[in-house]
Design a protein around this ligand. Structure first.
Ligand code: HEM
Length: 402
């Protein structure tokens, strides 16, 4: 590979990656004075890149595949054999349309209505107590996710589902006991999802689960039961994951905006965008080259491994003035190639997250609910580690509703 992209000094950067966490790629780019550098991770050669120009190079329909591009620990919990993330070309486009078609305004409005309802019920039970939002929100979001998908929460064990869906996110960034527990819970969740799909196959309607059950792939075939189950989890799990952004929003309201009173729709939306930009969630996205290309004087060959820094792009001072400052107003001028907490590029033709509008709809509604609810924030450790993938505020963001 002829290269104009500088090498990071040292033989292998695996230890630095875990030591520096979310800041690893950004630190490396600052060190070599370029938006990309070459190194090795787990002894494997990799090009790490950040910033809008890198986003445009990485996201070109057909250029990269997600197969073989992330550690097995992440694949086992957040992707799966046959799921949309593992597909390319026309097979990917047809499967992706299944998710994109779920994101009409009516369904986004429904998601907000469900969240407002479930929040109200939960908040009634919080009154007079001190609660950690980290612990309270996953079951609330699980009920929203089930109902939005057309699954009656009364017909399943919501606490179990919340535990499984949360564990997949918690366990993805590590290899220790919590990862092994998450693998076991994932297997249980897949069995439940398969059975739920089987039941949906005998019904009709236009719910999310009915659409997954009757979806036909590019080859005209219906999804196998296990693959349909995996795609159902690909909807439920990330809706529960939105709880983390809601917790971060509560953190931001306290740390950056206090005292926060009720806010309007537009302010809540921009606050949510800034939460998605600033707070750490998905650190990087990995890809392997499918179609060879040149970038910055470097020829990338089929199979080469690239890591695009999502967190670093959201904090790149070349793209965001004063990136460390929390300023919701900067989102008056939206820029999709630099705000990439959920990936970049084209939704239909590439792997950009199809749930971005749903995430924003739920987050905006949750911010409206939070800011119209009176609560105190008791003294606590508000630190958020950037070395844990992904982190929570240390004490779980405890609040004491009035
Ligand atoms: C893909 C993040 C919410 C469904 C992705 C990707 C990221 C991401 C980083 C990978 C992009 C890539 O490979 O280039 C997030 C975050 C969320 C979130 C941080 C908020 C907590 C959602 C929601 C849904 C969803 C609410 C519900 C439908 C998916 C699916 C993919 C995906 C199906 C695979 C898309 C593909 O391979 O074409 N997400 N997401 N996500 N997300 Fe999300």
């Amino acid at each position: 590979m002829a290269s104009g992209i500088p090498d990071l000094p040292g033989v292998d950067s695996t230890l630095a990656f875990f030591r520096e966490g979310y800041r690893f790629v950004g630190n490396g780019c600052d060190r070599v004075g370029a938006p990309a550098f070459r190194t090795r991770l787990m002894l494997r050669p990799v090009t790490c890149m950040r910033g809008p120009e890198a986003v445009r190079a990485f996201y070109r329909p057909g250029r990269m595949t997600r197969r073989g591009a992330m550690p097995a620990s992440v694949v086992a919990l957040l992707q799966d054999r046959g799921s949309v993330q593992t597909l390319d070309g026309s097979a990917h486009r047809v499967r992706k349309a299944l998710f994109m078609d779920m994101m009409g305004d009516d369904r986004l409005g429904e998601a907000r209505r469900l969240l407002a309802e479930e929040w109200q019920t939960a908040a009634d039970g919080w009154r007079g107590r001190t609660v950690a939002l980290r612990d309270e929100l996953p079951p609330v979001m699980t009920r929203v996710a089930l109902r939005w998908s057309g699954i009656d929460p009364e017909g399943t064990d919501v606490a179990q589902r919340a535990e499984e869906l949360s564990a997949m996110i918690e366990g993805a960034g590590g290899l220790g006991p919590s990862h092994l527990r998450a693998r076991w819970l994932r297997a249980r969740s897949e069995r439940w999802a398969r059975e739920t799909i089987l039941t949906a196959r005998s019904g009709g309607g236009d719910s999310v689960i009915a659409r997954i059950a009757r979806h036909r792939d590019a080859d005209g075939e219906a999804l196998r039961d296990d693959v349909a189950g995996v795609e159902l989890l690909n909807v439920l799990r990330p809706i529960v994951a939105v709880a983390r952004f809601v917790v971060f929003a509560a953190h931001a309201l306290h740390v950056h905006m206090a005292p926060a009173g009720p806010v309007g729709e537009d302010d809540a939306h921009r606050l949510g965008e800034e939460v998605r930009r600033v707070y750490p969630f998905f650190p990087v996205i990995g890809g392997r080259v499918l179609q060879p290309f040149d970038w910055r004087g470097t020829a990338f060959a089929k199979g080469d491994w690239l890591l695009l820094d999502l967190y670093g792009t959201n904090h790149d001072s070349a793209a965001w003035p004063a990136p460390g400052d929390f300023r919701p107003d900067r989102h008056r001028d939206p820029r999709a190639d630099r705000l990439v907490p959920q990936g970049g590029g084209d939704y239909h033709l590439d792997h950009r997250c199809p749930g971005e509008w749903l995430t924003m709809a739920l987050l905006t509604e949750a911010i409206l609910a939070l800011t119209s609810m009176g609560y105190r924030v008791p003294p606590q450790d508000l630190d958020i580690s950037t070395r844990r993938f992904p982190p929570w505020p240390a004490d779980g963001m405890r609040i004491a509703p009035a």
